[in-house]
Design a binder for this molecule. Structure first.
Ligand SMILES: NC(=O)c1ccc[n+]([C@@H]2O[C@H](COP(=O)([O-])OP(=O)(O)OC[C@H]3O[C@@H](n4cnc5c(N)ncnc54)[C@H](OP(=O)(O)O)[C@@H]3O)[C@@H](O)[C@H]2O)c1
Length: 272
């Protein structure tokens, strides 16, 4: 079923860009949101050629800024009504322990990963309940576990999964589907944004075996949405990891995570 309006946050890169490309043919109008205007314009330009019947609007917005989120919501609400899809993909991580994190990055992570998702959902839900719609929130496998040296990010994604599941039940049977997407690692710009200068990456053992392509994440997500599922883990390995994480006794999980490789400072004088 098509949409009158599709909104994709984080469309300037990675998963958001992949979703925008895959969804473009399904809507009459698509709104692309992120901070980097030139990336959004380049994507819109490419897609206008492929989908001449679709209107593409680029709305540069820093989702970490409350006033900019308000302006974005006003713009979105001013667009013609109809069945809508909101896809919240914008997000960021921060590798390293909390005590050495930059306060500004902590604030940004919480604003973008949680507040923006909650406010956009809250702002658009009434309209979706009258005209129909879908919400896809990009969470993470990290939502299923506490992660030292990535604690705030994992906690922010626990928020996204829990929030999505809760909202899904609130609106059940009223024409709005809500899906939480829980990928393991994907090759995008995420890792370089999360990495702190002068710190070791400290990746978990076998992390490289768990990478899923962005394309696979997009395809699994769209199938899961059609199937009306609440949550999708977009590869067999990621799904199996999630099952294992939820089965392990807490004491064992704590013991394993206490032995993790550390994301420590490797250069003296490097800024956190
Ligand atoms: N890659 C992974 O391994 C992985 C795994 C599990 C879950 N995820 C989740 O997947 C989602 C997409 O991440 P990705 O892998 O595609 O990473 P990415 O390539 O770094 O893309 C992140 C997107 O978020 C946008 N963004 C960041 N801060 C923003 C802000 N303040 N205001 C507006 N937009 C902002 C970026 O746009 P601008 O910089 O142009 O603003 C970019 O478009 C995130 O929610 C992430 O947590 C990623």
């Amino acid at each position: 079923m098509g949409y009158e309006l599709i909104i994709v946050t984080g469309a300037s890169s990675g998963l958001g860009e992949g979703f925008a490309e895959a969804l473009a043919g399904r809507g009459r109008r698509m709104v692309l949101v992120a901070r980097r205007r030139e990336r959004l314009e380049a994507l819109a330009q490419r897609m206008r050629t492929l989908h001449p019947g679709v209107e593409f609007l680029c709305i540069p917005c820093d989702l970490a800024q409350a006033e900019q989120r308000d302006v974005l919501l006003e713009r979105l609400r001013s667009l013609p009504a109809g069945r809508s899809l909101l896809l919240n993909s914008a997000g960021l991580g921060d590798y390293g322990e909390l005590s050495t994190a930059q306060r500004e990055k902590i604030r940004r992570l919480m604003e973008v990963n949680m507040l923006a998702v909650a406010e956009l959902t809250h702002g658009l839900l009434p309209r979706m309940l009258s005209d129909g719609g879908d919400i896809i929130n990009i969470s993470s496998l990290a939502a299923d576990v506490f992660l030292p040296d990535f604690a705030l990010y994992a906690a922010s994604k626990s928020f996204v999964t829990s929030f999505s599941e809760g909202i899904r039940l609130e609106v059940a049977g009223r024409g709005v589907r809500v899906l939480a997407v829980c990928p393991g690692p994907v090759h995008t710009e995420f890792g370089s944004v999360a990495q702190r200068i002068g710190f070791d990456r400290g990746d978990m053992p076998l992390k490289s075996c768990f990478y899923t392509s962005a394309d696979k994440v997009v395809r699994s997500t769209l199938s899961a949405l059609e199937a009306g599922r609440a949550r999708v883990y977009p590869s067999a390995k990621v799904w199996a990891s999630s099952c294992l994480l939820r089965m392990l006794p807490l004491w064992l999980l704590r013991t394993v995570l206490a032995c993790r490789p550390r994301r420590v400072q490797v250069q003296t004088g490097g800024m956190p």
